[in-house]
Design a protein around this ligand. Structure first.
Ligand code: AMP
Length: 424
């Protein structure tokens, strides 16, 4: 096919069969997040590039390789949002949310963009369900974030999951860990993959996340952050784990868990599908220094995001969405009948009688054929004669019996008939 009429690589149309799942996830999330006192927010798809540079860190892979950026006429560089936390922190500062009662709890559901190499479960446009809690240092909130993701997954009947947690320390203790890690990997530099040799100079923690088998073997003997945590971080992490245990969240400690974005402090977590693919369904953590980096105000925060397409892939295998059932077809013949049909459709809509209809089709025969194909129970048929008499034909598709009556009467009768069917 001509490539100009194909979607850009890694981006898809979302058709009705898919929307049902997006809506299912959104509905479930909304219900749960409302209970937990979250407010919905939608930030713009585009933000100033400098916002992401400052928030995510110039040396992170998201910034270096994955952002879609465009230049406006005034030469401002705008980027398609690659993640949701930095824009939400921007909104918190810009909208003066510090004046509200703290913590401020926000959630979002929308598309994000990363210029990644597309593969199964990895796209260039993908949706995230995210939540952020800003303005509190309490580790109970880190547990609350995980609890909410866990409950959303459970209620969507996705129960075969693994939850990995770790603590990345803070600006007091992490430098000691990084130093020790750098020393360890320096001794093995030649055995590391090319990317990790670069990471060793730029961002040593990212080596822990490398998927290369040889690097993973080296990582398995690396020093662990938990041995380097300062008293404050250690106490924080212990309390956080106690909360998870008290609500029976099945977590695993993963001392090598790091995240793709550099702003995390203390808690990080990832939720995986426990099958063979081990795809991450959600991830997040605490980011106590992020708002300070953006605005000099000190506001702690914690949160996470879930990948909607990855959930949908699992849901599709589990749930068969039944085809929508409508009981009625409205057929019409001729210009006057079409005009009348438009009027009748509004009456049907207000009466909450769902129907298929044949506007745009010329022959009555093809309309009735469609009515049969849709297996409707009744047909309303409108021709020139009926329009002149303000009447309509009501046909029972099972018995084939039909009678002409006033439109009002037909609607009343239909309502009774449909009610009767729905009861049985
Ligand atoms: P992250 O903050 O990058 O860990 O993203 C959170 C979640 O979003 C991940 O656990 C994935 O489920 C999902 N996700 C991230 N990047 C992509 C992508 N390129 N395509 C599809 N889903 C993604």
């Amino acid at each position: 096919m001509d490539s100009k009429i194909q979607t850009p690589t890694g981006m898809e149309d979302i058709l009705e069969e898919e929307w049902v799942f997006y809506e299912m996830i959104e509905k479930k999330a909304k219900e749960i997040l409302k209970f937990y006192n979250f407010e919905r927010i939608e930030t713009p798809i585009l933000e100033k590039k400098e916002l992401f540079l400052a928030g995510i860190g110039e040396r992170s892979e998201v910034i270096q390789k994955e952002m879609f950026t465009l230049k406006t006429e005034g030469e401002t560089e705008l980027s398609l949002r690659p993640e949701g936390t930095v824009p939400i922190c921007r909104a918190y500062i810009q909208r003066g949310m510090k004046e509200k009662s703290q913590p401020v709890k926000l959630w979002y559901f929308g598309p994000f963009f990363r210029h990644e190499r597309p593969q199964a479960g990895r796209y260039r446009q993908f949706w995230q369900l995210g939540l952020e809690i800003l303005g509190s240092k309490d580790p109970v909130l880190d547990a609350e974030v995980i609890q909410i993701f866990y409950q959303i997954l459970k209620e969507l009947k996705i129960e075969d999951i693994l939850i990995h947690v770790n603590c990345l320390g803070d600006k007091n203790c992490r430098p000691y860990y990084k130093k020790s890690l750098t020393q360890y990997f320096k001794n093995k530099e030649k055995s590391l993959c090319k990317d990790c040799q670069r990471r060793l100079k730029e961002n040593v923690l990212r080596i822990l996340d490398c998927k290369d088998e040889k690097c993973q073997r080296i990582v398995s003997g690396a020093p662990q952050i938990l041995d380097y945590l300062c008293e404050e971080c250690k106490k924080f992490f212990e309390e956080f784990l106690e909360y998870l245990e008290s609500i029976s969240i099945p977590y695993q400690l993963n001392p090598y868990l790091v995240r793709g974005l550099d702003y995390y402090t203390k808690t990080v977590f990832e939720i995986f599908e426990s099958g063979e693919k081990k795809l991450a369904l959600a991830g997040g953590g605490r980011y106590d220094d992020l708002i300070e980096i953006l605005s000099k105000q000190s506001v702690p925060g914690t949160g996470g995001a879930m990948g909607v397409e990855r959930l949908i892939e699992i849901l599709k295998k589990k749930i068969k969405i039944p085809k929508e059932k409508k009981f009625l077809y409205l057929a019409c013949l001729g210009k006057n009948a079409k005009a009348k049909a438009l009027e009748i459709l509004e009456i049907l809509r207000k009466e909450k009688i769902e129907c298929y209809f044949g506007l745009g089709k010329e022959s009555l025969k093809s309309q009735l054929k469609l009515a049969e194909k849709f297996k409707v129970k009744f047909c309303l048929i409108l021709g020139q004669k009926e329009v002149l008499e303000n009447s309509i034909i009501l046909k029972d598709m099972e018995t084939g019996l039909q009678s002409t009556m006033k439109i009002k009467e037909a609607i009343k009768k239909l309502k009774q008939l449909i009610k009767k069917i729905q009861k049985t």
